[in-house]
Design a protein around this ligand. Structure first.
Ligand SMILES: [Zn+2]
Length: 360
């Protein structure tokens, strides 16, 4: 059993000091994500029993075979990029074909990225495709979208995407909220389009947002996104669990490079987001998921050997006990157990994210 804290990511969409409670420091700038895992993009530092850094990282002790999951705390002040994560075969082939010296690499690693967001408060997201008739209703209210609309009328999303990106003008993006309102969408969805239009007036990717389904999560609810499903988180704070990959292929709403053709290759037609109507305490186990999560508020639970396990304290206090060690967690500190580590018990008084792999 090892103890880690998160590696901070200060992406521009983060909340100013939004993760301070868990990062332990105010920076006066955006704090977007804290990473708990071995991914080279954000290796987690090991800490001692008092929470002081030991100078080592989790990745010094384990590789991805032992630590197959990446857990994050995420705080979004505004929409993240419209993105899709590659399925395993696309990631492996893309990584192998990629020139290691490419200054604008598409792939960060050779692995699939399948993810789930568990809301720690009200959370808004675009996830998966809207019913096409509804997307069409919105797009009909925007100038220059007739070719894309006719592609969508024949169910051809892959053709509609580049047509919409090509139809982007400042006037069209400004028109998003009115078009959403005219299409009869409820006020929170119209407000989401107001946010997109305000924050990304010159971003062609804004034109793709009408194609995405809108979703709100309340505290404890979750959305599971298999690789290949398009999405864009809009706002909120949550725990994010994923396979240990940073492969994000962006279509828009970002200053980072956009790779439309590669994103089209990564899309999977017959997969959808899974909305998990859970509350704290319930096991969150999406169909075909490589992980399960339980947000434990109180009581004692056995966390058996035989799977990778990470227990991240969100609120209050918790103890993790095994034959080998006993650890008192503080918010933002996680206990990590490989599948070979013995059974452990967690005693929670607050909120602990208990994450376990299901594949090994
Ligand atoms: Zn994502």
């Amino acid at each position: 059993m090892l103890i880690v804290r998160g590696a901070v990511k200060d992406y521009d969409w983060g909340v100013v000091d939004g993760l301070q409670k868990w990062s332990g420091e105010a920076t006066g700038g955006p704090q977007a994500e804290l990473w708990f895992g071995v991914h080279p993009g954000g290796p987690s530092p090991l800490v001692d029993y008092r929470g002081e850094p030991t100078g080592e990282h989790l990745a010094d002790h384990f590789d991805i075979d032992a630590i197959p999951l990446l857990v994050k705390l995420l705080a979004a002040a505004r929409p993240l990029s419209v993105q899709v994560h590659p399925p395993a075969a696309v990631a492996a082939a893309g990584w192998a074909a990629q020139d290691a010296s490419d200054p604008r690499p598409v792939f960060s690693d050779p692995f699939e990225k399948t993810e789930m967001l568990v809301a720690l408060g009200d959370f808004e997201a675009f996830a998966g495709w809207r019913p096409l008739h509804q997307a069409i209703d919105i797009l009909l209210g925007l100038p220059g979208t007739a070719p894309a609309v006719s592609a969508l009328e024949s169910g051809d999303i892959a053709s509609a995407i580049p047509l919409l990106l090509g139809a982007s003008t400042p006037a069209a993006v400004r028109g998003l909220p009115d078009a959403a309102r005219s299409a009869g969408l409820p006020a929170p969805e119209v407000a989401a389009y107001e946010t997109v239009a305000q924050m990304y007036p010159d971003d062609a990717g804004a034109m793709l947002s009408p194609m995405l389904a809108y979703l709100t999560l309340s505290v404890g609810q979750a959305v599971y996104l298999p690789a290949g499903v398009p999405h864009s988180y809009i706002r909120g704070t949550g725990v994010e669990v994923m396979t240990s990959s940073d492969n994000v292929i962006r279509l828009g709403l970002t200053h980072k490079p956009v790779f439309v053709d590669r994103a089209l290759e990564a899309l999977v037609d017959d997969l959808e987001p899974q909305f998990m109507d859970t509350v704290y305490g319930e096991l969150i186990w999406p169909v075909n998921s490589p992980f399960v999560v339980r947000m434990l508020e109180s009581g004692i639970e056995r966390i058996p050997a035989g799977a990778y396990r990470i227990l991240l304290l969100i609120d209050g206090s918790a103890r993790v006990v095994s034959d080998l060690a006993e650890i008192a967690l503080r918010p933002g500190i996680a206990a990590v157990l490989s599948s070979d580590d013995p059974d452990a018990f967690v005693e929670a008084d607050g909120l602990v994210a208990v994450v376990q792999s299901t594949e090994r």
